[in-house]
Design a protein around this ligand. Sequence first.
Ligand code: FES
Length: 203
Amino acid sequence: MSTRRLHPIQPEAFVPSDVTLAFAESVVKRYPPGRQQSAVVPLLWKIHEQDGWICEKAIEWVGERLGMAKMRVLEIATFYTMFNLAPAGTHFLQVCTTTPCMLAGSDAVVAACKKMIGPEGQVRADGKFSYIEVECLGACVNAPVIQIRSDFYEDLDGPRTEALIAALDRGETPKPGSSIGRHSSEPLGGPTTLTAATAGGDD
Ligand code: FES
């Protein structure tokens, strides 16, 4: 894994939203007196939800808020790859390219992202999209998979990925889950066992 560093271009200030401020107030109360630093990950995650990435000023803000050295917060923000350290598009796509997704066609998914958005890790000119390749998202059975915010889009291929991005571009909210109508993680073509309910639990 390459070294994760702060983005070379940084905003001059971090401005927490009212939601982030209220969360910061409440989250430290979850921990015993003197243990407020335990709130560092949830607080960074809330900022990530707000801005889509973690900037240096936000790291300083968290440190001041929790009585932590900036370096300690920086260590955590750079350790966990779930924290973006560079600006992301409004729609930030995490494209799984680990082996099961790769075998199921994630190359075509990445190619569709590149075609519709541009190079990996760069925000499209209109600010609406960016994407990165990530390791296993834990949904291998429905590979290939893209995560957007907290939603998983599954059973993708090139055209379905392009359609997903186009729908988001139009302001639509595509339904998460299988893009081919698969229910949960049932086999392709439907269930092959346990297809009939048994009465009264008898064999
Ligand atoms: S390998 Fe892609 S979700 Fe597990």
